[in-house]
Design a protein around this ligand. Structure first.
Ligand code: MFK
Length: 191
C-alpha cells in the first residue's frame, strides 16, 4: 500500500457492495472491466483534514461526500450517484459539478502518494451529458511529476462504461502547514 493511504473503518467486503455490477479498472496488463465483487485490491482512501470539503468532506451535508479507493496500480476509483440538486441541463449534471468530480479524483492521486497539492490548471472535455440519479464511475491517474508540478488525468463513465467526460490537470505541491497558517480567521471572513 503506498504511503499516506489510511484505511477507513469499512471492510473491503462492505466497500465492494457500493460498486456497480462491473467496474472498469486499469491493471498492469491494460484496461478491462471486472465484476465489482472481484475488486479485492481496492483500498479505501481517506484522510482526516478536510471534513468540510465540498467534494470529499463527509461532514459537508450539502457536498458530494465522495469516497475514494486506490487499486494496486495507484489508480483512484470512486462510484458516484448525483442528486437532483446538482442539475444543470434538465435531468443531467451541471458542468461545474462534473469538473468538481474530475478535479477531486485527480487530487486523490496526489493524496495517495502523501502529496498535498492544489489545482493550478485544469481542462475538461464534456463528451456526453452526465445523467443524475444513476451510478457513475470515476477514475483518475497520476501521469507525471516534475519538481512541485504533478500532472493528472481523470475519466467519468456511466455504469455501462461509456465515457462521459475527461479531465487533465496540473497540481502544484504545497506545504500544508503554511497553508493552514495563512487561512483567514472566521472573524475576518465575516467582516
Ligand atoms: C491544505 C490544503 C489541501 C488542498 C487539497 C486539494 C483540494 C482539491 C483540489 C482543489 O480543488 S484546490 C482548489 C482550487 N485551487 C486553488 O485554489 C489554487 C489557487 N492557486 C494557488 O494557491 C497557487 O497558484 C498555487 C499554490 C497552486 C501555486 O502557487 P506557487 O506560488 O506556490 O507556485 P508558482 O506560481 O511559483 O508555480 C509553481 C511552478 O508551476 C509552474 N506553473 C504554474 N502554472 C503553470 C501552468 N499553467 N502551466 C505550466 N506550469 C505552470 C510555475 O512556472 C512554477 O514552475 P517552476 O517551479 O519550474 O518555477
Amino acid at each position: 500500500m503506498p504511503p499516506g493511504i489510511l484505511r477507513n473503518s469499512l471492510s473491503i467486503g462492505k466497500v465492494t457492495l457500493g460498486f456497480p455490477a462491473r467496474l472498469l479498472i486499469r491493471t498492469k496488463e491494460g484496461q478491462r472491466t471486472v465484476p465489482s465483487s472481484k475488486l479485492d485490491k481496492g483500498e479505501p482512501l481517506t484522510h482526516t483534514a478536510l471534513h468540510g470539503c465540498f467534494g470529499c468532506g463527509q461532514h459537508n451535508r450539502t457536498g458530494l461526500r465522495l469516497r475514494f479507493y486506490v487499486d494496486d496500480t495507484g489508480q483512484i476509483l470512486s462510484t458516484v450517484r448525483l442528486a437532483g440538486r446538482f442539475e444543470g441541463p434538465p435531468g443531467h449534471a451541471h458542468g461545474g459539478i462534473v469538473a468538481t468530480l474530475l478535479d477531486e479524483a485527480m487530487s486523490k492521486t496526489n493524496r495517495a502518494q502523501n502529496i498535498v497539492a492544489m489545482t493550478r490548471h485544469m481542462e475538461v472535455d464534456y463528451l456526453r451529458p452526465v445523467p443524475l440519479r444513476t451510478t457513475l464511475q470515476l477514475t483518475a491517474r497520476h501521469l507525471s511529476v516534475e519538481g512541485r508540478k504533478h500532472h493528472c488525468a481523470a475519466e467519468l463513465r456511466n455504469a455501462a462504461g461509456e465515457l462521459l467526460a475527461t479531465g487533465k490537470a496540473l497540481f502544484i505541491a504545497i506545504d500544508p502547514a503554511r497553508f493552514q497558517a495563512s487561512k483567514p480567521s472566521m472573524r475576518a471572513m465575516k467582516s
